[in-house]
Ligand binder design. Structure first.
Ligand code: SF4
Length: 464
């Protein structure tokens, strides 16, 4: 067991996160101390002191820790000392601090975080795309996320609170409460224009078309939204929930972006991860969505799924490119606590680092060669190889909603079970998270409490 004593640091979590990139959870301990003479600490074998008193800032201390971890384990990390979900944020800040000079920002970033050249180049490319095509932040507008926590089956890697609904009565009860929350927030939000709208989950298209239609209509009426004017995405993740009636209902309402998420186009993988559809069903669903004329079809794929080879991953990607989906979001498998895969194989995500790195490199090369641009990026905990997720788009078909959620410069209203909203306070450049209860049964049981909490924010103590 390694012990890391961390002296005079307010928050040791980023240090623990960095150690976790190199060592298993049960192989180390981080101990926060606040001593004036920490150098006199008697260190036993495998114990180390990181003394904040001797570092100019936290980044310097993290660099010391990084070098120590490389020495101890013989491993390196392409992301250097950078942990956290939003790797583009520090580059954007450095870009502003350096008079919008991207080269200077990139070299400051490399020096501060010890990032590899390929990750830095990727970040630069994404920043340049956003600077060119997104036209700044939009803190004077809000985006809305609406969560439907039901799926046709539960994937083995799923750590969301989504699940199969026990009966349609439960779905109806949930929907009625969600409609009440939508109306309440719509009635209390000051006249703030909505920039983008996102129906996620779970699988929103697991609702009956008339139910999902009612939900969309209620959101639009409550927030004065014209879907012909803003970006609206509906996740239709599972092809077994996609049919003529649902697609026609979405198109009639003006939805222009949908997400059909195969994750892989290998039938055996579908079985292994607990899905009840075939690759062919996904292909047919994408073709059908094209026939209905959706402007943007996004498809999520995952690198690192059980038993998948580089060839399997290549086949999935080539097929999606051939199907001309405008957005492809390449995820690295994240094996979080609470997922069946993590319970069955706690070390799964540590074993496939090299293979997944090859998959991501292959994806970047192939997507670029086929005209796709990387436009947003985020990282998650417990991802294989501590890598990342990247959204790629053809032409200018990027999703504004995805960019806004990563910028942290806009209020996002989260409605429904599991929705994580955030309030943005521009004067302080600060985000405050407002998480709804994740579990849908608890959401239904404690709905009054949720509305009370919303009252605090809308017109209450925050005067929002
Ligand atoms: S489709 Fe997504 S939300 Fe639904 S079970 Fe699978 S991973 Fe979870």
């Amino acid at each position: 067991m390694y012990r890391f004593y961390i002296n005079k640091v307010k928050n040791i979590n980023p240090f623990a996160e960095l150690i976790r990139v190199f060592l298993d959870d049960d192989a180390f301990e981080t101990i926060a101390i606040d001593w004036n003479d920490a150098d006199s600490l008697q260190l036993t074998d495998n114990s180390y002191l990181l003394n904040g008193e001797h570092a100019s800032d936290q980044d310097e201390l993290k660099r010391k820790l990084y070098h120590l971890l490389v020495e101890l384990t013989g491993k390196t990390s392409k992301w250097g000392t950078l942990t956290g979900v939003r790797p583009l944020k520090p580059l954007y800040q450095l870009y502003l601090d350096n008079g919008r000079d991207i080269e200077k920002a990139a070299s400051a970033m490399a020096e501060r975080y010890l990032i590899s050249d390929d990750k830095l180049n990727m970040l630069q490319e994404i920043l340049q795309y956003q600077v060119k095509h997104v036209n700044g932040t939009a803190s004077d507008r809000v985006s809305i996320y609406v969560g439907i926590p039901f799926c046709p089956s539960r994937c083995s890697y799923c750590a969301f609170a989504a699940d199969v609904a026990p009966s349609h009565d439960v779905v109806r009860k949930y929907l009625n409460l969600l409609l009440e929350e939508v109306r309440y927030v719509g009635a209390h939000l000051p006249e703030t224009p909505v920039e983008s709208l996102y129906f996620g989950g779970g699988t929103p298209t697991s609702l009956k078309p008339e139910e999902l239609g009612l939900l969309i209509d209620t959101v639009c009426a409550s927030f004065h939204i014209d879907l012909n004017e803003i970006e609206c995405t509906v996740e239709a993740g599972r092809p077994d929930t996609i049919n003529h009636k649902t697609l026609s209902m979405l198109r009639d309402r003006g939805v222009r972006r949908i997400s059909v998420n195969p994750q892989s186009l290998k039938d055996r993988t579908m079985e292994l991860i607990g899905r009840h559809h075939t690759a062919e069903q996904t292909i047919q669903a994408i073709r059908l969505a094209h026939e209905f004329g959706f402007e943007v079809i996004n498809s999520d794929v995952i690198a690192g799924l059980p038993e998948e080879s580089l060839d399997d991953f290549r086949h999935t990607l080539d097929t999606l490119i051939g199907l001309k989906v405008q957005n492809i979001t390449v995820h690295t498998l994240s094996v979080k606590r609470g997922s069946r895969l993590r319970e069955a194989d706690p070390e799964y995500y540590r074993r496939y680092g090299a293979l997944v790195t090859d998959m991501l490199d292959h994806a970047a090369g192939t997507l670029r060669a086929n005209g796709y641009h990387p436009y947003y990026i985020y990282r998650q905990k417990h991802q294989i190889g501590a890598l990342e997720n990247i959204g790629w788009c053809l032409d200018r078909t990027h999703s504004l909603y995805n960019i806004r959620t990563m910028e942290d410069k806009q209020t996002i209203l989260g409605l429904g079970a599991g929705a994580i909203g955030k309030l943005y306070f521009p004067a302080e450049d600060r985000i405050e998270r407002v998480a709804n209860i994740a579990n849908y049964t608890v959401y239904m049981d404690r709905f009054d409490e949720i509305l009370e909490r919303k009252k605090e924010y809308f017109g209450g103590k925050h005067g929002y």
